[in-house]
Write a protein that binds this ligand. Sequence first.
Ligand code: CA
Length: 231
Amino acid sequence: MKILYVEDEKYMARAVAQVLRKNNYSVDLAHDGESGLDLACSGLYDIVVLDVMLPKRNGISVLSAMRKQGLETPVIMLTAKSEIEDKVAGLDSGADDYLTKPFQTDELLARLRALGRRKGQLVPDNTLVFGDIEFNHNTLNLSGSGKSFRLTLKEGQLLEMLILNKGQAVSANSIIEKLWGWDSGADDGYVQVQVSFLRKKLALISETVRIKTIRGVGYLLVEETENQTDV
Ligand code: CA
């Protein structure tokens, strides 16, 4: 899961991001409302964590601009204890959840899991299911056919993208963006290597789940039955 965290208190932002990354979330930071809105509008994030008091544009204005543009990305608002009115305003502009500052990172992690569930994609113990495989997003454990092993973080991020986009091919570009970031210099070759690692592991653990390459489009997770012919 990819999180955008918009927070102007840089020390806190970095500390929280570190905890989220340890829990296998991929995190991008923005330190003011304008850049936060720009990033949120990329549509690349699964959840946005949005502080209310921000320079350039406050969180409530960012959120209402996101919703006006039709972005349905779940948003967790961060408000100070004294900002009860902000809570009400935030509700009106379409926040999905709130956290009052200061908060424990455990509490944030619980909210993130809850929002993931609400999207209907994650089951309670952070397990994604596709065909005969199960992937635990927290432990990176892939299991199926009575076997199980741990994926690397990149393999896990890739598998998660493929499962969450089921039925739709995922482009090499969006894989680069999620796994390495635009400015990393990663190219299609990096993607091919990770796809080939993941294919080998899927072949060991699943009878039916395969990654198909759709030429010119990207990669698609499929369940193959015997009667299906390869496209
Ligand atoms: Ca702030």
